[in-house]
Design a protein around this ligand. Structure first.
Ligand SMILES: Cc1ncc(COP(=O)(O)O)c(C=O)c1O
Length: 413
């Protein structure tokens, strides 16, 4: 059977997530996935096993400790394989905001007074404020603003901002408000022709399929594991050629032992091990749909399955919102060839976002209104940053019933 003929078996997918049978959550149509996703049972099992059998200091020779350390290394190795990186190119931290702060602190060594940094106004603040802070080290900050007609970051606008002083470009792979997927491959090529380091924020992209970071060409790439079906951790990839030259921010005696030098401390052990459960989940999904056995190189086939399903769920919502005269959709009105994530934001012309999200919640739709920390993006769109947008964020475990519930509720309110 070719990939075109295979459909995501949504009942199988949902059977892997205990939240869909838990009394508190089972009756909700959950659309706050871009805030934080549910976890598959393998993640919970791994967390539980770690806490029961190996909750000791890792990397000693007694079995509980040895296995704890082996599993921590395994978690990193599996995720490195998934995104086509090497093990020593992966850092795990408490959140993307923390990871990017730590990274900016390390990169400031390369910033001389007068050097330029480009940030966008489409990004979440996590990939803006750490770079703006480098003003204190003499950096000049330039803002790549998205086009107010298309809501897109236009490449020609980037080209106008680049000078021979530009050192860093921080740009989102996918906006958590606009939903557009930015072409990081092209952006990285342009940046590298000008010797610029590219920091890609993949937080809103990775839940819809883990990317190949080498293919994207970025120097750094980050995503939050708690939005990719795992615990509250975040992953930062960095090219080893750059990581190995960053200053030591850890203990003095660790000098030279990158990547341990970048973070001032280690990650949460039990949560790190539990991300093996995300990999196992992907493996189960693959083996359920295909005849051959899963390995990390086959992740693109799962990504395609997921994209097709997400497109089928997201497009009716985009159609509905863009056809209603009283609503204003943000971003593209169609998902095609993964040009957009099904992260769908809108505002109403005559109701507050808060009142709409409250009504939706009363109707069993788990969503919310907010600026989602992309407040520069909202300001540029002229949207009140306190009331924000209503955001419907869909992932692959949503089903047609969720979409019907949502559209029926939208009609009612
Ligand atoms: C696009 C984007 N980038 C960065 C972040 C920050 O992630 P974290 O909560 O892990 O700091 C978020 C969080 O919502 C996000 O949506």
């Amino acid at each position: 059977m070719t990939l075109e003929n295979i459909k995501l078996d949504i009942d199988y997918v949902r059977s892997q997530f205990p939240a869909f049978s838990d009394p508190l959550s089972k009756d909700w149509s959950f659309f706050e996935n871009a805030g934080g996703s549910y976890v598959p049972k393998n993640v919970i099992t791994k967390l539980n096993q770690f806490m029961v059998s190996t909750k000791v200091q890792p990397y000693a020779e007694y079995p509980m400790s040895k296995i704890a350390g082996q599993n921590m290394d395994k978690a990193i190795k599996l995720f490195a394989n998934l995104i086509n990186a090497e093990q020593n190119e992966i850092l795990i931290g408490g959140s993307t905001s923390i990871n990017l702060y730590v990274l900016s602190n390390a990169l400031k060594k390369y910033i001389d007074p007068g050097d330029e940094i480009i940030v966008t106004n489409q990004d979440h603040e996590a990939n803006i404020s750490p770079w703006i802070r480098l003003k204190n080290d003499g950096a000049i900050i330039k803002e790549w603003k998205f086009n107010l007609n298309t809501h897109e970051l236009e490449i020609e606008d980037l080209q106008k901002l680049i000078t021979n002083k530009t050192k860093i470009l921080a740009v989102t792979h996918c906006s958590n408000i606009v939903g557009s997927v930015n072409n990081l491959k092209v952006i990285s090529e342009i940046a590298h022709r000008n010797n610029i380091i590219v920091i890609g924020d993949g937080v809103s992209f990775a839940p819809h399929g883990f990317p190949d970071v080498k293919e994207l060409g970025v120097d750094f790439y980050t995503f939050s594991l708690y939005k990719t079906y795992g615990p509250h951790l975040a992953l930062l990839y960095g090219k080893k050629e750059i990581l190995s030259k960053l200053p030591n921010q850890n203990h003095e005696f660790l000098e030279g032992k990158y990547p341990y030098t970048i973070n001032p401390g280690g990650p949460n052990h039990e949560e790190l091990v539990s991300i093996i459960g995300i990999y196992e989940y992907l493996e189960n999904v693959y083996n359920h749909h295909f005849d051959d056995k899963f390995n990390a190189k086959k992740i693109s086939r799962i990504n395609q399955l997921i994209s097709k399903h997400e497109e089928n769920l997201g497009n009716p919502v985009l159609d509905y919102i863009s056809n209603r005269k009283d609503l204003k959709l943000i971003g593209k009105n169609k998902i095609k060839n993964k040009n957009r994530a099904p992260t769908i934001s809108f505002v109403s012309k005559n109701k507050t976002s808060r009142s709409i999200s409250d009504e939706l919640v009363k109707n069993g739709i788990a969503t919310r209104n907010d600026n989602f920390y992309a407040w520069r993006c909202l300001k540029h769109l002229g949207i009140d940053t306190n009331d924000g947008v209503v955001r419907i964020s869909i992932v692959h475990y949503n089903n047609n019933e969720d979409i019907n519930n949502l559209l029926n509720s939208m009609d009612k309110i």
